[in-house]
Write a protein that binds this ligand. Sequence first.
Ligand code: BES
Ligand code: MN
Ligand code: ZN
Length: 537
Amino acid sequence: MQLYKALRSRATTIEDNTEMSPATIATPIACTDAPLAAVDTDLLMVPWFSGALPAEMAGLDEATGGEIARAAASGELTKGTFDVFLAPVVDRSWKARRVALVGAGKADDFGTGVARKVAIVAGLAARQRHVERLAFVLRSGLADPSGDVDVRGLAQAVAEGLTLAEFSAGVYKTLEDTPSALPLCTIVLPGLADTSPESMGGVEAAVARGRLLGECSNLARELANEPGNTLTPREFAARAQAIARSGGVTVEVLDERQIEALGMGLLLGVARGSSEPPRLMVFRHEPADAPATPVLGLVGKGITFDTGGISIKPADGMERMKDDMAGGAAVACAMRAIGMLGAPIRVIGVVPATENMPGGRAIKPGDILKSAEGKTVEVINTDAEGRLVLGDGLWYARKLGATHLVDVATLTGAVVVALGKITSGILGAPDSWVSHVRRVADRAGDRVWPLPLFDEYRDQLKSEIADMTNTGGRPAGSITAALFLKEFTGGLPWAHIDIAGTAWADEAKPYLPKGPSGVAVRTLAELPFTAESWNKS
Ligand code: BES
Ligand code: MN
Ligand code: ZN
C-alpha cells in the first residue's frame, strides 16, 4: 500500500509537470558578483586549493577570526581534495553566517571537471547540515581576463554539480526522515563585472543550462533507481513519455503489435520470456528551422530487469539488474534537455524496452531470431539480450532518418573488467566520430575511453546456421558486443557507449553517492549543439 502510494504520487508529480514552463519546475540557481562580505547566506562555500593561502583568502580569514590561518598552520587544511572545513563567521559586518572551505586540489588543475565535483561535495555537505541557503564562490582569481579561464563553462559545471547533489536514492524509505532538500543556491563570482569581459547575463544563461542538465541527469537517476516491479516496460514508457513531452519533445510509444508489424524479431524474442509486454519509445526533436541533415539518432538499452533469461544469472547481485535500462533513461532524459534547450538540429531517440525473463515461452539457447533489418541471429546466450534489442533499435533510428548514431547501454560485464567503475567504454566507427563524441563526453564530465573495433574480432560471432551468433565468448566481450551492434548501423557514423560499470556506484565517493549516476545524459544532451563540426570530424 505504502509502495503503491509512493508510486502514485511520483507518477502524478511528473504528469503534473506536463504543462509547466521550464522555470516552474525547479528553483533557479541565482548568480551574484557581490563581494564576499555582502553575500547573505547560511553557508559560504569556497573551493580551497592546496599550497599557500592566496591573498584573497585574507578577508575570509579575518572574517572567521583567524580560524582559516590557524587550520592552515596546523595542517588541517592540507588534507585531501573534497574535504570540507567549516568555520563560523565572527565579523558582524559580514552577512554570511558560516564559511566552508572545500578541498579542490591544485589550482593549476582546476577546471570544469573539478568544479563540478567540488560543487557536488558542497551541495551534499549543505544538505547534511540542513542549511537553507548556500552560496558557492567561484573564486575571483579564476575570473581573471588575462588567463583563458572559461567562466561560463565553470559556472555551468558548478550549477550541474549543485543540482546533482539534490538526488536522493531512498525514495521508498518510510522509517527515516526524508533527507533535507537542496538549499537555495547562489553562485558568487566576486567582482566579475570589473575583472572579466564576461557579462553577468552570459553567466546566468550558463547557470540555467547547468541547472537543467543536472535536473535531467537526476530524472534519469530516478528512473534507473526504480525497481523492476514498479518500472515495467509500460511504466517506463509512460514516465519517459511524460518527462520528454514536458520538454517539448514529440513522443510515440509503440506497443507489441506495432513492434511486430515493424518486424523487430530481436526485441520480440527477448520479450517472449516475460508476461509484461515490450514497448518501443520514439522521441523526436524537430525544430522548424533545422536543416534536413544532420539528424542525430540516440538509442538506449531499456531492459527494465535482466534476469539473464534461460541463461539465468546467479542470484548474488542480481538485484542490480533493475538498472539495465539506464541507457534508455539517459536517452529519454537527454531528449528532454535537448527539447528545452532548443538544440539547432533534428534529434531522434529510440528506446526498446522489455524485461529479460525466463518464462515458459522464453527464447532458448540455439534459437534463431530474425531482425527487422533482415539479418538472422543464433542466440547462444539469452543473457546477451541488450545487443539484440539495440540491433532493432539502431535499425529503426536509421529508418527514421538518422545520419549519425550514438547508443548507450549497460551492455557487458567485460567493460567493468576492462575499465572498472570510473570510465565507460566507447567504440564505433569512423574514428573521427568516436573522437568527437569522446571530446563532448569529456567536457560534460562523463569519463569515456576507447576500445578497439578491429574487424578481426568479427570471427568470434560466426554461426554455422545463421548470419551471426549473439555472443563471441569471453575474450574481448565488450568488443564483440559492439561488433554485433555494428551490423545494424548501416555504415553510418556510430559510437557505442558501454556504461555497465558507470551507471551505478557500488561505493560512495565524496562526489557520487551509492546508486544511479545519471551517466551519459549530459553528453547526449550536449552533442546536438556541436553539429557544426561534424563534417570536419
Ligand atoms: N546487463 C548485462 C551487463 C551488465 C553486467 C551490466 C554487469 C551491469 C553490470 C548484460 O545484459 C549481460 O548480461 N551481458 C553478458 C553478456 C555475455 C552473456 C556475453 C555479460 O556481460 O556477462
Ligand atoms: Mn544480460
Ligand atoms: Zn542486460
